[in-house]
Design a protein around this ligand. Sequence first.
Ligand code: FAD
Length: 351
Amino acid sequence: MATLPNEPHRLTQSSTVAIIGAGLSGLACGHQLASHAVDVKLFDKSRGPGGRMSSKRRPAATLDLGAQAFTVRDERFARKVAEWQAAGCVAPWPTSRYQASASGWQTHNDGQTRYTGAPRMSALTRYLAETLNALPNASITLETHITALAKTAAGWQLHDSQDTIHGPFDAVVISAPPPQANALLSAWEPTLAAACTAHPQRGCWAGWVIFEDPLPPLEQVASAWHTVHTQHPVLRLASRNHTKPGREHQPESISLIAQLDWSDVHIESDSERVVQQLLEAFMSLLPEHTKLPNVIELGAHRWRYAQPARAGEQSYLYSPSGLALCGDNFRGSRVEDAWLSGDELGKALLG
Ligand SMILES: Cc1cc2nc3c(=O)[nH]c(=O)nc-3n(C[C@H](O)[C@H](O)[C@H](O)COP(=O)(O)OP(=O)(O)OC[C@H]3O[C@@H](n4cnc5c(N)ncnc54)[C@H](O)[C@@H]3O)c2cc1C
């Protein structure tokens, strides 16, 4: 249950709302509001929707750079995931999971079903963006970095980095991670700004490597292993993208998610150096003298605001002035948290 600072600005069918951020939480909020005839406009600074559920499309393969898979615990989310599955943009990934330690690789299956976007993680947010954009009362504008908010007699205005002014709007939902949200609202809402400060974020590097041939088989490990978790000081998780639904025909392609402590220290490092270090860490999990196949292409993505430093207790926040916050950060650090936060905020604003 969210602890609310005060009553929200209640929306009606003639209300106009801007949502900053077209990640899963912003899209969930947008769908909730637009399906109740509220006029909704989403803005995102990136080239595509999806935020931390984005995927990298290269000529040889597609790799997930943020969320690798997601689990389902809440019944409302389960119903939504079933809808997405029926629409074909999500599929279960019957993960073959391992944990690597000094004593070798052990199976690490926890019995939970994991899902991914199909045929890539960003297929889900792309589907949500397209179905939202298709509604007459909703639109998504990409490559638009909102740099400031202004309160006028007619409502809230959004200023972007190209000096274009959008609005006025009756309400503004910010679904960006708290440090980015704080930069926009600190001049207007000390209570919401304080909530952002109370939710610091940690950065994380995500490397990716595409190989010409499959990785060599490992003794006593299923040849089609999907993920390996590690306690290695550099590498937290390696996951094989070509084992995910819809990507069976692409070559061996791994995502290498760094440890948070290591990322804290190396967040300003050069991406070429980072992916080499992640690959070396991955090789250290394999038997000595293992020869890796030739690399087609590799790289690394820096997530400056990857996940909250500690679990939150709220789902969303709002103020009577019409500003509101949603995103995974206020309740947890998972895909399910992001969807629930956006959906619940939408419902709360509608009253
Ligand atoms: C490396 C990594 C691995 C992960 N693994 C998992 C996993 O295995 N399972 C799981 O459940 N979760 C995982 N997560 C977490 C999951 O990705 C997030 O919980 C979820 O995607 C958050 O969605 P969101 O909408 O709250 O935020 P975001 O996806 O961050 O969306 C915020 C959006 O706001 C936009 N934005 C920010 N500022 C502005 C601005 N000023 N103007 C315009 N647009 C702006 C951004 O471009 C972004 O698109 C992982 C995350 C990372 C980084």
